[in-house]
Design a protein around this ligand. Structure first.
Ligand code: SME
Length: 155
């Protein structure tokens, strides 16, 4: 049965009890890691210097930092401000392999006041793990994080 992302969004809404972005990033990626099957990494990268993503709260193995906007799947999401849903990361020439176990990746950008605030990055050890349903569902879950957090970009 496909995961009930509406339920997950409601769970996140109930979990977030502050508008603090750092706390909410930590809670959001922990809840996603706990509830979404077959993930080996879930976390945030945030734009704290122009055109560069810095590693934020995450669940999983230590990861690559920093990521310039011009490289990798996260960089593509930041540059194009569009979700990147990758079935096979090995088919992406400039994919940044933090963990060789990762096979599929979903990266959702967060844009605040027409500025790229950061991205949510999810990795899976299963090729083709992320379907259209997962993309739409996780974008919906991320909308809750955005609505419930004070997100400012100071570059
Ligand atoms: N694979 C990503 C890098 C981040 S890690 O997956 C945590 C990329 O190509 O941007």
């Amino acid at each position: 049965m496909p995961l009930d992302y509406d339920l997950l969004a409601r769970q996140l809404d109930a979990l977030l009890d502050t508008r603090d972005a750092l706390t909410n990033m930590a809670q959001t990626c922990a809840l996603i890691m706990q509830e979404v099957p077959d993930l080996n990494w879930a976390g945030f990268y945030v734009q704290r210097e122009p055109q560069r993503l810095s590693l934020g709260p995450f669940q999983g193995k230590p990861a690559c930092n920093p990521i310039p906007f011009d490289t990798g799947v996260c960089g593509a999401a930041a540059r194009h401000r569009r979700t990147q849903r990758i079935d096979d990361v090995h088919a992406i020439a400039d994919h940044i392999a933090c963990d060789p176990e990762s096979q599929a990746e979903l990266v959702v950008p967060v844009v605040i006041d027409d500025t790229l605030w950061g991205v949510l990055d999810l990795d899976s050890p299963i090729r083709g793990r992320f379907r259209v349903h997962d993309q739409a569902g996780l974008e919906h879950v991320l909308d809750v994080f955005i609505r419930r957090s004070d997100l400012t970009v100071t570059l």
